[in-house]
Design a protein around this ligand. Structure first.
Ligand SMILES: Cc1cc2nc3c(=O)[nH]c(=O)nc-3n(C[C@H](O)[C@H](O)[C@H](O)COP(=O)(O)O)c2cc1C
Length: 167
């Protein structure tokens, strides 16, 4: 039995609020392409497969950054730490300032990771799947590093609540 009202208008604002009920972390997806640092913040990160090692992110097909980012030989993914809410907003803001005052490392293959963060992944694009107004991008992992402690940034209902306690 369902309590859903019929003929619901699933408009974007309503869906965004509903999706926002589900708490996530946030990653920075970044690379050096033609000598420029490019990247964006994404809360759509999910671990997908162990063999082969795959993760996914969903990227809006309106993204101005993705067409350049996808040209990188390797992409860096950094799981943001709890003190990086401002960094997260910056990585979603004006392109020219996204990496201002952020300490990064770039690999020889162009993968860019943030020095802070609770996990770092070195990736290549495995597959891109059209999914409505987004692409689901499957990324194959080539390297993983994560310290044994440190809390992640949490994104929930458009805000960044603190986790009370994690180990
Ligand atoms: C917390 C947070 C999570 C986000 N998650 C995503 C995401 O999963 N996918 C996406 O395409 N954009 C996401 N964005 C928006 C991008 O970071 C960026 O603002 C957007 O891609 C527009 O910039 P662009 O045109 O340079 O790509 C998120 C922004 C914030 C603040």
């Amino acid at each position: 039995m369902s309590d859903f009202a019929t003929n619901q208008d699933l408009d974007a604002a309503r869906l965004r609020r509903a999706f926002g009920v589900f708490p996530t972390g946030v990653v920075a997806v970044a690379a050096e392409v033609d000598g420029e640092l490019i990247g964006l913040a994404a809360s759509s990160f999910t671990g997908v497969s162990l063999d082969p090692p795959l993760v996914s992110i969903s990227i809006a097909n309106t993204s101005k950054t993705w067409p350049d980012l996808r040209r990188a030989a390797h992409l860096g993914v950094t799981v943001l730490a709890e003190h990086q809410a401002i960094v997260c907003r910056q990585l979603a803001g004006p392109v020219a300032n996204r990496f201002d005052d952020i300490a990064i490392k770039a690999s020889d293959d162009g993968a860019v990771t943030l020095d802070d963060g609770v996990a770092h992944f070195d990736c290549t694009i495995y597959r891109e799947v059209e999914a409505g107004d987004h692409f689901i991008v499957l990324l194959e992992l080539h390297g993983v590093e994560h310290p044994e402690s440190g809390n992640p940034l949490v994104f929930h209902r458009s805000g960044f609540p603190k986790l009370a306690e994690l180990v």
